[in-house]
Ligand binder design. Sequence first.
Ligand code: HEC
Ligand code: HEC
Length: 450
Amino acid sequence: MKKTFTFLFLLSAFSYFVSCEHDPATSTDTLLELTLDQRSPTGSYTGYIMPESDDYANLPNQDPKNPVTAAKVELGRMLFFETGIGLEPKYAVSKTAYSCSSCHIPERGFTAGRFQGIADGALGFGNFGDGRYLNRHYTGDEVDAQGARPLPTINTTYVTNALWAGTFGSFGVNEGTQSVWNQDTLIAINYDGLMGLEANNNRALIVHRQVINKAVTDSLGYTAMFDVAFPEIPENERYTRKIAAFAIAAYFRTILTNEAPFQHWLKGQRSAMTEPQKRGAILFFGKAGCSNCHNSPSLNSQPHAFFALGVKNLYQSGHQVFRTGPNDARNFGRGGFTHRPEDMHKFKVPQLYNLKEADFYFHGASKRSLREVVEYFNDGIPENPDVPQSQISSLFHPLGLTNAEMDDLTDFLENALYDPNLKRYAPSQVMSGNCFPNNDMPSRLDMGCN
Ligand code: HEC
Ligand code: HEC
């Protein structure tokens, strides 16, 4: 009996390793592997593998001033969802009603679930963000909203310079842009010698009307967590936006889509992707030319690159939007930050995982599905007449893909680049005990908090 059991156990363990780690390869697998070996910046398909989220030593682009630790990640995870720090709303009715994650919702790939995120000044959650609407105490000009669709805060360990324009971060592509850092009090943070996430998050806490100080950390119960995570920071500097931003940056670097089928395939599980998805991947890294720009483990660009694809801006996309219009500097992408003529209308190459649930695509939210995005690239015709042809990337041109090829490419994007369990990166509760990501009454009803 015992022997049979041991035998069965060994057999199943053996077949586990055989089936999970090294499935027999089909000819499509072999072709995909060869294609990836050719395209990979490291010369091998393994260069696209993301680290495990707790493998802190191997998370790239860390700030030497802020190495990732478990205590920082735990604190950052709560602060990002904490509605209790929403203490500087335009009107007191919205105190503690919103959080960072009002616009970065895990179930929406850490985007807002709508074309424009609104934190302070809006009500309701609907089905993960789609039911959010203007609070009648506010005019549209008074809400916290930006002139672009939120970027997902996933796979940001591959982000050296934050935002569509690459605005934040003292190094990487921002070396040599010092002359514009004093144009705006927010951008002046770049003088502090910080990586993109540390700089961005500090400014985000201000822009999104949140407060961190000793009185706040005491009252919400975070003081001890700051003490454990940042013992080396003098106490008079510890309970601040700067240090909260460090904690959130550490947390961000662990949010990796490392359970997506393509990641499993790269790690040897050949059955993780379907044949159409593998064909889609071969197109992505081959004939369709996508990896000419999207070519890193997150499929953003390393080092960051900026291109004009001639897509519409948020104010042109037909949605009712707030606090943006023809004069918004964000419409000019990288050029709106650097003021260099050659950078005008060029946007950062974004990561491509977990977009299926984002619902709105491109910086101006002009597309509603990944299939529409693929068709846009295949047609190669700019949709925004305001973008001069001279700025449009020469890599953006008609591709001549068949319908079946576009189906495969879409399947790869939608499903092979989709980690089904981003919820694992959200906390089960925050220290205040408040509802999150939103805490206004209509949201509480939508989310079942009451
Ligand atoms: C009102 C909605 C909203 C809220 C609230 C919000 N964000 Fe964002 N976030 C955005 C938008 C929009 C962008 C893209 C803006 C741009 O690039 O111009 C963005 C971009 C980012 C990025 C850049 C990612 C990249 O790939 O470059 C990071 C990091 C980020 N947010 C972190 C945060 C943090 C931390 C907080 C809370 C302190 C926060 N966000 C709160 C809307 C929001
Ligand atoms: C010339 C460089 C370049 C090439 C080639 C390219 N992309 Fe992109 N891609 C970008 C840039 C830049 C953006 C952001 C554009 C914007 O919103 O203004 C983008 C955006 C996207 C988005 C939307 C992401 C989001 O967050 O909304 C998807 C999806 C995408 N690309 C997929 C592809 C696919 C599939 C291909 C191949 C058919 C491809 N890209 C080829 C540069 C490129």
